[in-house]
Design a protein around this ligand. Structure first.
Ligand code: SF4
Length: 254
């Protein structure tokens, strides 16, 4: 429901409450020998706000009970931020429940927007090779999602208000998927997920926690494709993930 629809529904609810109150007054006057049986006039506008909550509030209430499939449907219809107007398809995320690893990027790119699937372009194929190097697979034991579910124009970073509007979906996905660990790819994703504003270099060296789940931060695959010198640090980060999850490590990488 948009803000305008919410306002319209609140005005309608207020009018209905007012009418019911007047009717009650007339019936009371008729039945009671002393006249009216009503107390003070209620604040109908405030009652209407209670009855018809803000779109964000409605969405949050529904999200708390939503399954993964329902989260996907909610995302497909979501208009909570301006990115809705430019999307071809929303990109909710995909992968395995009870995943060993959840990979979180910042947002969909052009190919993802076209297909509705996360990390499917060149960077996605490269990410698949990272997963394979530590014995993981995006369909079998990994879940992949983004901070924002709709593509920011020209692949710009999501604005804080867009990330803030969207991140409840990701939090619900994490609660449902229950990954053993999280791999955050790129500074922007780490910034919005963990509320950190350090350099990626500084954030890489520590195992962070997101709601108790060990979280490792590394470079975005697209950044590594642009600067191959980042392959070595990424390999160090992947080995840290493998060690956390007791996974086998492919020999000869780095
Ligand atoms: S980016 Fe997220 S909050 Fe914004 S419209 Fe898409 S699904 Fe909704």
């Amino acid at each position: 429901m948009t803000q305008n629809e919410t306002e319209r529904k609140r005005m309608a609810a207020e009018a209905v409450l007012e009418s019911a109150w007047s009717l009650f007054d007339e019936v009371g006057s008729y039945l009671s020998p002393s006249g009216t049986v009503k107390g003070d006039r209620p604040d109908f506008a405030a009652r209407a706000v209670e009855l018809i909550p803000e779109p964000r509030e409605q969405s949050d209430r529904a999200l708390q009970r939503a399954s993964l499939a329902q989260v996907e449907s909610m995302v497909a219809e979501c208009t909570l931020c301006q990115l809705a107007s430019g999307r071809t398809k929303s990109v909710c995320g995909e992968g395995a429940m009870n995943a060993r690893l959840m990979v979180i990027g910042e947002g969909p790119g052009a190919e993802e927007d076209r297909t509705g699937r996360p990390f499917v372009g060149k960077a996605g194929q490269y990410l698949d090779s990272w997963l394979s190097a530590i014995g993981l697979d995006r369909t079998l034991n990994t879940y992949i999602a983004n901070i924002v579910k709709c593509r920011p124009p020209e692949n710009r970073d999501p604005y804080p208000e867009e990330a803030q509007a969207c991140i409840p979906y990701l939090k619900r996905q994490i609660a449902l998927v229950k990954p053993d660990a999280i791999l955050c790819v790129g500074k922007v994703a780490a910034h919005f997920l963990l509320g950190r504003d350090d350099t990626l270099h500084a954030m890489r060296s520590t195992v962070h926690r997101f709601e108790g789940i060990p979280t490792i931060i590394t470079y975005h695959p697209a950044a590594v494709l642009r600067n191959l010198e980042l392959r070595a640090p990424v390999w160090e980060d992947l080995k840290r993930v493998a060690s956390l999850l007791s996974l086998p490590v492919a020999k000869g990488r780095g």
